[in-house]
Write a protein that binds this ligand. Sequence first.
Ligand SMILES: Cc1cc2nc3c(=O)[nH]c(=O)nc-3n(C[C@H](O)[C@H](O)[C@H](O)COP(=O)(O)O)c2cc1C
Length: 341
Amino acid sequence: MKIGSIEIKNNLILGPMAGVADMAFRELCVKFGAGFTVGEMVSAKGFTMGDRKSAELLRLSDKERPAGIQLFGTDPQIMADAAKRAMAFAPDAMDINMGCPAPKVANTGAGSALMKNLPLAKEIVRAVVKASEVPVTVKFRTGWDSESICAVELAKICEGEGAAAVTVHGRTRQQMYAFPIDFDTIAQVKQAVSIPVVGNGGIRDVQSAATMFYQTGCDAIMVAQGALGKPWLFQQIAAYLNHTIVLPDPPLEQQMLYMIRHIERIVAYKGEKVGMREARKHAAWYLKGNRGAAAYRRKCGELENIEQLKQLAAEVIASQHLGEKGEKPDDDEKGKNRKEV
Ligand SMILES: Cc1cc2nc3c(=O)[nH]c(=O)nc-3n(C[C@H](O)[C@H](O)[C@H](O)COP(=O)(O)O)c2cc1C
């Protein structure tokens, strides 16, 4: 599949997730078969004003390419300026965020609030396309609320202004992260434009991945929360779509190994103090659904180094084996009860 001039490895994309899908996680998902990733959203204003953290978030590693970076903002000129400066990070594509529901973003008129101001959205796409040396993509929801579905109109605007692809998250801003997913609107967008359309929302397993393709006719799918604590989901989806094989989750020992490797990488990139703090939520996602998960979640919150993580992993493995001999699980099968973040 192509996004403008960029050939991507397959049509399985890891969604951008601020505070979660950092370089370590993106690299891991690519290893498991994600064909494209998008970095965490960055404020165009903060970045152009020299904010160091913003610049750090724009860094891409060679192991995750091809990959895009994402900007949010309200001022077309600042967005264009940020896009120009961001070329220093050599992104393969430049994504514009028009879907973020968080009040600190939407209350400034950025993110999902742009779906209420299509003339401004149009100006932003035009300015960024002009400034960017790489294909520009736009990510938005179906609309602000169920009374104001505008994804088709916005997609046409994006195409008209030269965007190379759009991602449609099949929820309104009002829905935040709740179900159901509006496949019909994504399908209508696919019918309305000729640039690639990426379907996003609610993909948690191979069935929901297939449903997204089947119900919408989209060119690619984007998986976000479904990959948390389960980066091998990309491998499972690829096996299902390409060979109709349903791969089981890896054995627990293997899952724990992936978790440890993932968190070692976070620590390598961010240092022990910051890295372990950020790793706690990932550890809890990996352990979710296992016997005694609630108690383990508490322990995850106290992790301070890799040694403690390894001990916890060993404890989880031992307790699951004990469980196999007759104890009752206190949680559902892994992933079934996953709470939306
Ligand atoms: C913790 C978190 C952070 C997110 N950060 C971003 C972001 O930086 N940029 C963006 O466009 N979407 C962001 N999203 C939205 C996801 O990319 C995706 O559109 C949404 O979660 C729906 O897909 P899912 O149902 O597969 O999770 C975020 C979602 C979550 C849960």
